[in-house]
Design a protein around this ligand. Structure first.
Ligand SMILES: Nc1ncnc2c1ncn2[C@@H]1O[C@H](COP(=O)(O)OP(=O)(O)OP(=O)(O)O)[C@@H](O)[C@H]1O
Ligand SMILES: [Mg+2]
Length: 224
């Protein structure tokens, strides 16, 4: 369960280049929902997703996920949330360059709780499900944009998160790979995961049970 209330995000507050990216956003997302967020470029979609993923924090208002207020989390709670609860695919995924796809994907499993053999197995299965088996040992630096995007998706999903946040996850993919990725997200949703996906693609949005439209930092429509 996610509960966002009175959320504001202001960049460069008080400066000439001040930008209100989110303005009084209120949104509740129940467990197991599949939600598409659409809206024009610059509307605030990534800002909202990044706040939910704790990559950024609210200027005002509260965001609670799984009974924790994100801005008030202790470092320990934050680590647990990031490591176990949420999987985020950012709009421009950062990968560890010079390192193989497999090693990038295994990063969230390096918490001392998963044995090496188990890590190898889970990474191999995850890469396979994303059509990346042949790239397991390839340095991500030499992979294509779409391949890199899939590595980032694999890394976001490897810890079996309850909440999946994806910012234009199919933006760099061809039709076949887009469909494959979407099918993975829909399958995870059927298994009870909450999926919040930013997309510019109306067709993809329509397939999601709930559509939220953001315009100029405000939610202007929310339809189920
Ligand atoms: N770190 C930042 N500093 C200043 N302004 C920012 C910052 N991040 C985002 N913005 C501004 O906030 C607004 C919302 O940005 P955001 O990235 O959330 O848009 P978006 O809806 O994801 O757009 P797109 O569809 O192009 O990805 C934009 O006007 C953007 O320029
Ligand atoms: Mg964006």
């Amino acid at each position: 369960m996610i509960e966002i209330s009175g959320l504001y995000k202001v960049f460069n507050e008080g400066k000439p280049n001040e930008k209100i990216a989110l303005e009084n956003v209120n949104l509740s997302v129940g467990d197991g929902e599949m939600l598409a967020i659409t809206g024009a470029s610059g509307a605030g979609k990534s800002t909202l997703l990044n706040i939910l993923g704790t990559l950024d924090f609210a200027t005002k208002g509260t965001v609670a996920a799984y009974d924790l207020t994100l801005s008030a989390m202790t470092p320990k709670e934050l680590a647990k949330y990031r490591g176990e609860k949420v999987g985020i695919v950012t709009q421009y995924p950062f990968l560890i360059e010079g390192v193989s796809a497999k090693d990038n994907v295994s990063v969230p499993l390096l918490n001392g709780k998963v044995k090496r053999q188990e890590r190898e197995k889970r990474c191999a299965e995850m890469l396979d499900s994303l059509g990346l088996s042949e790239f397991a040992n390839t340095d991500v630096s030499v992979m294509s944009g779409g391949e890199r995007q899939r590595v980032a998706i694999a890394r976001a999903l490897i810890n079996n998160p309850s909440l999946i946040l994806a910012d234009e996850p199919t933006g760099a993919l061809d039709k076949a790979n887009s469909e494959k990725i979407l099918e993975i997200f829909f399958k995870l949703n059927r298994m009870g995961k909450t999926v919040i996906m930013v997309t510019h693609n109306e067709e993809i949005a329509k397939k999601c049970a709930r559509n939220v439209v953001i315009s100029d930092g405000k939610i202007i429509s929310d339809t189920v």
